[in-house]
Design a protein around this ligand. Sequence first.
Ligand code: AHR
Length: 519
Amino acid sequence: MKRIPRAIAIVFILLSCCLTLSAQAQNTRISVSAKADNPQISRHIYGHFAEHLGRCIYGGFYVGEDSPIPNSAGVRNDIIAALKDLEIPNLRWPGGCFADTYHWKDGVGPKTERPTIVNTWWGGVTEDNSFGTHEFLNLCEMLETEPYVSGNVGSGTVQELADWVQYTNFDGVSPMSDLRRANGREKPWSVRYWGIGNEAWGCGGNMRPEHYVDVYRKYATFMSNAGVEGGIYKIASGASDADYHWTEVLMRDIPHRMLQAVALHHYSVIDWSNKSSSTDFTEGQYFKTMQKSWLMDELIRKHSDIMDKYDPDGKVDLIVDEWGGWYDVMPDTNPGFLFQQNTMRDAMVAGMVLNVFNNHARRVKMANLAQTVNVLQAVILTDEEKMLLTPTYHVMHMYKVHQDAQLLDVAFDSPVYRQDGEELPALSVSASRNAQGQVNVSLVNIDASQAHKITLDLSGLEVSGLEGRILTSKSLQDHNTFDAPERIKPVPFKAFSLRKGEVSLELPPFSVLVLSEKS
Ligand code: AHR
């Protein structure tokens, strides 16, 4: 046998020692600091979306006044309680694609006289219009949340939308406010947020942006500001994913005095023709969902760059009014109802994407998770009288501490999570300080098998005590069921030390952690 020269052997031993040490002791240093001009994280980033789709409204929120399920004016009391606890800041309704088929006058007045229609986008089911404008806006009042109404531009008229605004907002004497009073509501609701169409590039009319901008200008012209302090907030139907041309044309051709926000829709879908099961997925499929979720950061940066070009002062907001994971429907359910389960993968989607929104708080002022109950990445699932809170609900609950807090700067080099020769940052982090001065940090480790050691440097923030809550589980596919509704829920996290403003901890694989300064 040939002898290895002594010098080479020593170098080899030293190298392998170093490699072993770095694999064992890999530690990520995350610095959190305050900057005076950092933006506020709008609470509206934690918004929701409820469409007339599948069992979101009917059989979800709304069971009707005669239901044996405890309800208030037909809306389930358990859902009201859960959403109030979540402190949802807004609720978008009635669609989605449904919005551009919806004629609001069908949904007001005595229920027995309301016409039926066919929900052509979602399952071809008959819609009896028993849940309409009054039911929705009264629900928002019960939830103490702001309504966001999507107007029908695709198949409605300018007059119809102008009338709807007058019906909901005008306090004086007018044909529409008189009709509202005749239907039992004296005071207007003062709805601020109005979408001018939905997905105008697709189900909202298959328009080109060059055409839509003129349609927008016309509709916006006739929507009155009366009854809303500061005027109504008009949202242009925005781009799908990386359609940067759409944003460019909107920002260029709609006068900014009539444009408060442009929207963006992006779903974490692996492949539209093969979305895969929501519960039975491989790590490779999980990784792809995470890639699509992380893409949100690039999309927001690039759409924001275009907005910055036309609006350097940041007067027009970016609103991600549809986002979330989208998989195949659960077996034996109506394909048009988009009913899917919600696993730890969805908790990872929510944790990562909400960190992205927080970190882009300068331009992103609202986001709406699709959709609240029984549809897509729902926070609540129901089965007759049973109800459960999904892992996504728990992430939104843990993150509500960021609502309206001031964003803090976060700096770190993330370790990578590798799959099939591709890489993603394993860690995502955002931090804020609320009006009471309390610091909150949300940390996500998407790595499916590797825990990560972290040193969190809070030394510039004078934090004296912290407490934590963590959401994790044994397997990525774990989810809550009606038989085991609390399998996944946040638990206290105490495995950290705080010394001289530095926190040391190990973040388990696929986990979401929120550390909060003790008050
Ligand atoms: O959220 C489901 C659908 O997704 C919405 O109706 C539509 O806007 C989008 O394509």
